[in-house]
Write a protein that binds this ligand. Structure first.
Ligand SMILES: [Zn+2]
Length: 321
């Protein structure tokens, strides 16, 4: 089985084009008709030319997406034609069709809106991080980085009983949205000293939980400076370049360090956890639709990336074939 599809290709940093591609289905692969796909922070990073070792150009870009199975390889038993699925793998989701090895997919939970399910990977990862942050009733927490993940994590921390959630970012638009969605305090780290302000808000003690979702050296270090003794430091970001970390307090003050990005857990673990962490989304407990900040047809993939790159308050740009 083979099929022709339009597909987004990153030819060089800042240069993305829509090409054509023939997908040949292997025996363990599943062919999916794309419903919607999202521009991830990591797509932006690659687009800007910060390219991780495992990726080479030209690159068939895109990994957040969902759709309907149109064909399965001869050895695939897990999915059938017509099943609704979400991608958890680099598989060029900015295309009419994408193909994935069976282990890189996840079934869409019954009753889930297909637009949201197409963002199942980033939503599930952020939900997992919030749900595994160790937050306790009445705790004070910081979410450093109010992008798509940070906005979801902050809401989860509130629903799980955080007394106060403080959002930190360098973009006012993101902080405003966070306040609208229930974050108690917002700090712009460009204008203010976030460590001093958090200390102030916690009477010098520091917060119980810090979730680092910005991925910069400054964010990681400041996050660790505002955590209380024996606090929980939750890592979420993808850090693509070496950073210098000030980790003295990690030892001296007995931090508990957790990494919580579900997509980097084993496929088996991810398979079990995804439906569980998406349940609150299905229950309407977390507001995600306000995070979608621009939709483009696939023919305008270039414009979609330009907006994501240029507008710092664009949280999740989506592309529909
Ligand atoms: Zn992603």
């Amino acid at each position: 089985m083979s099929i022709k599809t339009r597909a987004a290709i990153l030819e060089a940093p800042g240069r993305i084009v829509l090409g054509e591609r023939t997908l040949e289905l292997k025996e363990d692969e599943v062919l999916v008709k794309t419903h919607l796909s999202g521009v991830c922070g990591s797509d932006k990073t690659i687009y800007r030319g910060d390219i991780p070792e495992k990726i080479s150009l030209p690159f068939y870009i895109g990994h957040e997406g969902g759709g309907t199975v149109v064909e399965v390889g001869s050895r695939v038993r897990e999915y059938r034609v017509g099943d609704r699925v979400m991608a958890f793998n680099w598989c060029n989701t900015f295309a009419d069709y994408f193909k994935v090895p069976v282990g890189g997919l996840q079934p869409v939970p019954e009753g889930m809106d297909m637009d949201l399910a197409s963002l199942g990977e980033p939503i599930a990862c952020a939900m997992y991080a919030g749900m595994h942050s160790g937050i306790q009733l009445g705790d004070t927490a910081v979410v450093y980085g109010m992008g798509f993940a940070g906005q979801i994590i902050a809401q989860v921390l509130k629903r799980k009983g955080a007394g106060k959630v403080i959002g930190i970012d360098v973009v006012d638009g993101k902080l405003e949205l966070a306040r609208k969605l229930g974050t108690d305090a917002a700090i712009n780290a460009k204008r203010e000293d976030p460590v001093a302000m958090v200390k102030d808000l916690t009477h010098g003690r520091g917060v119980d939980v810090v979730v680092e979702a910005a991925g910069t050296e400054k964010a990681i270090n400041e996050g660790s400076a505002m955590l209380k003794q024996n606090g929980i430091y939750v890592f979420y970001s993808w850090v693509t370049t070496p950073v210098t970390l000030n980790i003295g307090r990690w030892h001296d003050d007995g931090f508990e360090i957790r990494t919580t990005t579900l997509v980097h857990h084993t496929n088996e673990e991810r398979y079990v956890w995804t439906p569980r962490v998406l349940r609150p989304v299905l229950e309407g407990m977390v507001d995600i639709k306000p995070l979608l900040s621009g939709e483009f047809p696939l023919s305008q993939i270039k414009q979609a990336f330009e907006l994501a790159d240029r507008d710092p308050s664009a949280i999740k740009v989506v592309v529909r074939p």
